[in-house]
Design a protein around this ligand. Structure first.
Ligand SMILES: O=C(O)CCC(=O)C(=O)O
Ligand SMILES: [Fe+2]
Length: 276
């Protein structure tokens, strides 16, 4: 990137650069925390989502990950059915035709590889928005972000198993390389697996604690890092592979290093809600 375009980007999207720094993100939260007033009053629970992890907030703060968030069985089933019957599209932000889940065979449509597909009709799925606005989830998110007026953006997508090179998956915008997300000053992502997911079917991997701790020079330039560099920097024991059943969820500060494994033997459906 040229110096001129860097300066332009910093000026127009300050959070894109400054949001990389943990201390600046926390400062942003502190400045915004005047809006935290109502949290306690909204602590009612729903049957839709259960936060079974009593240390969720602490885990998120210390490790960038809070496991033990569960979707009700009926909600997980409904979302799965929706994800299978909705129109799909390779990538939400580009031109392209929609297709059906059944059109994808072994990671291909008419011989063309397909790595990832957005559930295109997600706006018609009320449940997505109900989950995003679940009171217990919102409480946790607000407590973590440090302000009350959070916004959210849902993504609902399949990643497909099939013989495909890593290059092909990366070209298709599938994030199978370690990276940290940069969106806004502060953010966290709620994820729900909607298919049973393990190492061979697209498990999410993350590096515990890496939201707070990055070598200074890693904060600039590319947000991506190789597996080797990550292991060398953080050690194998900091890497968490999140396996789970359909309906299992986790809240993550994705300013940590993370990636999705390429599914080998089964397609993965994921609901992801970005809070910021
Ligand atoms: O697919 C995954 O598990 C990772 C997704 C991800 O990194 C992202 O959406 O930023
Ligand atoms: Fe990411």
């Amino acid at each position: 990137m040229q110096l001129k375009s860097i300066v332009h980007k910093i000026y127009n999207e300050p959070a894109y650069f400054f949001g990389r720094f943990y201390t600046l993100r926390k400062l942003y939260s502190r400045i915004s925390s005047g809006s935290l007033k109502n949290i306690e009053q909204e602590s009612n629970k729903s049957d839709l989502v259960k936060i079974e992890n009593p240390n969720a907030l602490q885990d998120l703060d210390e490790n960038a990950i809070a496991l033990g968030i569960k979707l009700s069985e009926s909600a997980a089933k409904e979302l799965y059915e929706f994800g299978k019957s909705s129109r799909l599209k390779k990538w939400a932000w580009t031109e392209g035709k929609t297709f059906q889940y059944e059109d994808v065979q072994d990671g291909k449509i008419n011989g063309e590889p397909v790595a990832i597909a957005e559930v295109w009709d997600k706006e018609d799925c009320e449940l997505v928005y109900k989950i995003a606005e679940d009171p217990e989830v919102l409480n946790l998110v607000r407590s973590y972000l440090g302000y009350h007026d959070v916004q959210f953006y849902p993504r609902f997508f399949w990643t497909f198993a099939g013989e495909m090179s890593d290059e092909m998956r990366i070209k298709s915008n599938q994030t199978i390389e370690y990276h940290f997300d940069v969106h806004s000053w502060n953010f966290c992502y709620l994820h729900f697996y909607l298919t049973d997911t393990d190492e061979n079917s697209g498990a999410h991997q993350m590096v515990k604690g890496s939201h707070k701790k990055k070598p200074l020079k890693w904060l600039w330039g590319s947000a991506k890092k190789s597996d080797e560099a990550i292991v060398k920097q953080y050690g194998k024991d900091k890497i968490l592979t999140i396996v789970g059943k359909a309906g299992d969820g986790f809240l993550e500060d994705t300013s940590c290093y993370h990636k999705g494994l390429a599914p080998e033997n089964q397609n993965r459906l994921l609901l992801q809600i970005r809070y910021f």
